[in-house]
Structures are given as structure tokens and as C-alpha cells.
Design a protein around this ligand. Sequence first.
Ligand code: SF4
Length: 519
Amino acid sequence: MRILIVNPPHPSIGSRIPKEQLPPLGLLSIGGPLIDAGHDVALIDGELGNVPLDVLADRIVAFAPEILMLGHSGSTSAHPIVAELTQNLRPRLPDVVIVYGGVFPTYHYREILAAEPQIDVCVRGEAEATVTRLVDAIENGKDLGFVDGIAFRQRGGIVETSPAAMIEDLDAYRVGWELIDHKNYSYYGGMCAVVMQFSRGCPHLCNYCGQRGFWARWRHRDPVKFAKEIAYLHRTHGVMLFNLADENPTVNRAAWIKLCEALIAEDLNGIKIIGSTRADDIVRDADILHLYRKAGFERFLLGIENTDEATLRKIKKGGATKTDREAIRVMRENGILSLATWVGDFEDVRDRDFWRSFRQLISYDPDQITALYVTPHRWTGYFRQAVDRKVIQLDQRRWDYKHQVLATRNMAPWRVILWVKLIEITVQLRPKALRRTFFHPDRRLRHGMRWYARMGRRVWLHEWRTFFFRDRRVKDGPTLKAFWDEPQDHDEIPLRIVRRRERREPVPVPSPVSTREKE
Ligand code: SF4
């Protein structure tokens, strides 16, 4: 079949500020299996150059696909854009089957199918196997009710099929790299770049995070095959920067050592690998961090999330402030940069909470810091804890972790952003941090720190600008529960789906809750 995969343009800071774009790994991951199944597949990346929606729509119409697939890695904040784009397309492509996947559709498919009649099918969960079965069913006129892992409209109701089986062997599906021109993608200051995934899932229980629910069990790819793919991308396409999308790739120490050794054996001089992991894994691996470095790992984002032990317990982070500090120290000893992420408003913060966070962040001494705002999704346990907090940001496009979305009872938003931005800039501009940024003896690390400082400056100014001139916040918004509806912790999903599996009958369409209406 003639299939077009589209990455919609996204207004978030992460997409727009770097002026560099990373390839859409999730979409390429479904493209590979679809090509291998014999379909005619193309990809349009609307993120490249921030393509205006009308221009993007014209390009899609010109391609005349039989199936249009959409999704975005920032799925919650990108949803209004997907909705607008597909509304525009439906009258122009009346026969195309519109398929929509990602984390947000996985958990909000009922509302989406109710409010957006132009969307035909939502794919739930990881999609490589599901989309190939779905396309086969569409092509051969089979009953979609037998394609696991989807939801669709039928006879005025919504059918949700059984959950798709988790992919046990991540090497069984390949990424469709041929769908992109690598020359269009760069990151980290002009380095030809890709996003890759060594592992999926996470065994930890942090209650604000949806990774465990979406990916189910933690799994990893074959380390040797993964290293060979990196080598192929480097040698054939000149890729120099590899950004690991894994939330927690280092879970299995033995597998991680194998990966480092396989990368070292490939002798890929000059490549850089950046990613995220947990501070306790770094401390566990203090004795092998030299291997990380030799393999090309240059920076890890550490989700320290909060500096208060009580809050860390409440969000079930399972970490400790002592470990966070130690991780940063041992990384520095081994020439690996630390990017600490800190979430300012898990609780109803006061001035003294920000002051404590500031002092602790200084004592952690990270190379880089990024401050985020709590962004509770209804598929996380944290949502349940926060259901009664008031929403101040009704524009779903702003639910991107870089905008305050929940009210804090003791502080106005201007005071929250003042604290957050002051902390960020003060931690980043400490004499020690500046000395490292400009005079670090290692040229590679100096490059990474300077690039981040440039990005940080632009993001910092952008956030102030949008706070004063673009963002609209409400004073007395709905509660979180009223805004997103009932909590839908991922642990509850299998129960509901088992019940539907027995019937496989459409269920009534819920009353439309359009995200547009909420704005
Ligand atoms: S926040 Fe990180 S460590 Fe915690 S569950 Fe999510 S991926 Fe795992």
C-alpha cells in the first residue's frame, strides 16, 4: 500500500530553539517494518524547517497516500497540531485511512476518536508489529477487531482490541533509516545526529513517569548488533552524534558492559553518545565509567527531579540526594558531563523550598542543569496524587514540561518562574561552571558545555518572552481531574481490555471532550 508517515511540526522549546533537528525515531521505527512488509512508504518531517500546516497539508495531498500515519515524540503537546492538520486533510483526502499513534493516543484514544472523527484508528503501545498487521488487515479487507493494540470507530461506537503483545526481541524490527536524508539532521552544535534506542521500559516505579506502563518490561537490544548499527550509521552516513532515547539504558550492568566493549571494538573515533540514566546506576558503575568514556559516552542526563528526600519518597523516585551528588562527582572524574534535570513544583512550593533546592543544586555541582515543571499525565500515579490541584495552563500545546501547568497555592506563577529561572541561571553562571565551560582542558567537553550554554541562553530568554507576551494562564482553572478526566493508571488498563476482548463489540462513544474546547 502507499503509506505516508508524517511528523507534525511542534511549537515546543525542544523542537524550535536548537535550530537543529533530530530524526523522528518512533516514526522511522514503524517505517522499517512497513517497507520490509513490501509497502511503498515515505516520510515527511514537518519538524524540519517548522513547515507551516497548510504547506504540510499540500505536500501530503500531493503524495496521495492510501494510509496516513502520524505521531510525535512530544505526544501530549503535539496532539492539537495533529488534530488541526488532520481536520484540514480529511475533506481533501476523503478516502485515506488516518492512523494515529504515540503515548497520548495510547491513553486518550476514546476522547480522540470521539472528538476527532477524521482520525480512523489509534495505535496503542509500541507499534512495529501492530502497524504491519493493521496495514495487512486494511489491504485485505480483514476485520480490524482482530488486530491487537488498536482502537477504532465502528457502527457508532469505539472498539478497543486486546493489547498487543510486548515485542520480546527488539532486534526483530529495524529502523527505516532510508526514509531520511541524514544531511538534514544535526544536533549538539552541527554534528550529524540520530536518535537510537538500546532499551525500552524501566523497572523503577517513579510515579510521575509513564515509561513502565507504555513499554511494559525493560528489554534491551543485542549489544553487538546495536554497536554495529552505530558503526554503520557513522561509516556510511557520517553520523557523529548518537542521542539515546532510552530513559534508562544502564539497568543491566552486564549488557551495558557488553555494549561499551562492542563500541570500543568498532573503534569509532570521534563519535559522541549522549543519553539519560539514573544516578544510582552511575554510582554502581563507578569502576567501569572509563569504559563508558572510551565507548564514546560524553554526557548523561540525570533525572534528579527533586532535592527534598520527602518529595523523592512521595514520587517514589527510589533515589537519594547523596547518590545524585556522588554520581555527578564520579562522572566528572571520568570526563563525562552531567546534565541534571530538576522539577520545581511537584508540591505546593514556598520560597524556602526553592531556596533549599538552590543550595542543594549548587552543592551537587552539575555541569549543566535544566529546570522543568511538573506535567501530570493521567496515565501516571502522580496524577492521582494531584487530581485536586488547579490547572492554570489550558493550552495543551504548552504541556511540554517547560511551562507551569499546575497552580501552586502559595505562589503566583510570576514568582515561580522568577525562582526557577534565577536558580537555573545562577547554577549555570557560577564561577566554577563558567571556568569549566570556557577553560576545560578537554576540547570535546568544552564544545558540549559551550553548546549547552548557547542553547540555555536562548531558551532562558524565550521562556521569559513567552511568559510575558504569549502564554495565557487562568487564575481559577479546573482541577486536574476535571481537565483530563479520570485517572487512568497504566496498571488498570489490562483489566479493562480483558473485559472488552470477550465482547469485541463497539462501546458507545464518550461525550466529546475536544482539546480545542478546553483551550
Ligand atoms: S523517571 Fe526514569 S527511573 Fe523513574 S520510572 Fe521513569 S524512566 Fe524509570
